[in-house]
Design a protein around this ligand. Structure first.
Ligand code: DGY
Length: 324
């Protein structure tokens, strides 16, 4: 009988997905309550036919070489795959997969929740109460910014961007967007969305929400100059990847009042957060919770497991990532 393929999972995943993986091979799941170090990950993948990776794992040619010639698939449990060197893996004949679709609505919910937290100053209000500071209702107390009739600028009108735009429409917002390519006419008309060059979007939008993937082109897309182009009363929301925003420039802009506020679920050097942001009241923060619902995280892990099972059985991956 031939040996069962070794499947390495770099961090805890829901049991349903482990069960599915066990049908496809011998499963090893890291028990560490943290991301494995690059050295630990290299040791762990030795002899693996499949690796289920997390967005904090660096997956490159060296890691594939550490796994050895049996490696056939890396299933990244995230829609983003900026942590994976896809061309290097393709060169070695290793398939790469991600988890598109299943996290769209959860991430859009979180993006909109953060947008509301920033524009309605929910964090400030909660901090005030928890500090047991005296307060009383009055007409000028903790005033925020309304959304009705305002313009939301979506940078990257993909699935998540569209889901955020749908929510914004329900709040009475107008939609403008920028992106590499024009959205389908049906999408533009359903959202009444107008495509603008990025600079014009930044000048126009009352809230800018980032939904583009992290690539060499989008690293620090929102830098000091971009922030200076935004309206003084505008808000920035980032739920995609931290390095799309120059965090230090953002802290400067928030402190100087160049923009009114920001809401961040992702950070440039996760899990570190720029310390100056932690001291500012006009930024709402959450620790990369975009897809963090029981339902969504289970679906993400199951999709990764199904991708592994497909490739190990000789079938095509379900949601492959192709080298560009
Ligand atoms: C992703 O899937 O890329 C998200 O950042 C994880 O929630």
């Amino acid at each position: 009988m031939s040996e069962r393929p070794r499947i390495v999972v770099s961090r805890w995943i829901p049991e349903e997905a482990v069960k599915l993986l066990r049908e496809a091979g011998e499963v090893w799941v890291s028990e560490a309550d943290r991301a494995l170090t690059p050295e630990e990950l290299r040791d762990a993948v030795s002899g693996a036919a499949a690796v289920v990776s997390m967005l904090h794992d660096r997956v490159d040619g060296a890691l594939a070489d550490a796994a050895g010639p049996c490696l056939r698939v890396v299933a990244n449990v995230a829609v983003g795959y900026d942590n994976v060197d896809v061309p290097a893996l393709a060169e070695r004949g290793v398939a790469v997969t991600n988890t598109p679709g299943v996290l769209t609505e959860a991430t859009a919910d979180l993006a909109f929740g953060l947008l509301l937290a920033a524009t309605r100053r929910l964090g400030e209000g909660e901090r005030l109460l928890r500090a047991r500071r005296p307060w009383s209702f009055h007409l000028g107390f903790l005033l925020g910014t309304g959304l009705q009739g305002k313009t939301l600028g979506i940078v990257g009108l993909g699935q998540i961007g569209q889901a955020v735009a749908r929510r914004a429409r329900a709040f009475g917002m107008e939609i403008v967007y920028s992106g590499r390519s024009r959205a389908a006419a049906a999408v533009e008309s359903a959202l009444a969305a107008e495509r603008l060059p990025l600079r014009e979007l930044l000048r126009t939008a009352d809230v800018v929400s980032l939904h583009c993937p992290l690539t060499p082109d989008t690293r620090h897309l929102i830098d000091a100059e971009a922030l200076a182009a935004m309206k003084p009363g505008a808000f920035l929301v980032n739920t995609t990847r931290g390095p799309v925003v120059d965090e230090s420039a953002l802290a400067d802009a928030l402190r100087a009042g160049t923009i009114a506020g920001a809401a961040l679920d992702v950070f440039e050097r996760e899990p570190e957060v720029e310390p100056r942001l932690l001291d500012l009241d006009n930024v709402a923060l959450s620790p990369h919770l975009g897809s963090a619902t029981v339902e969504t995280r289970t679906e993400m892990a199951l999709l990764a497991a199904r991708n592994v099972a497909a490739v190990l059985s000789g079938a095509d991956p379900i949601t492959p990532v192709l080298p560009t």
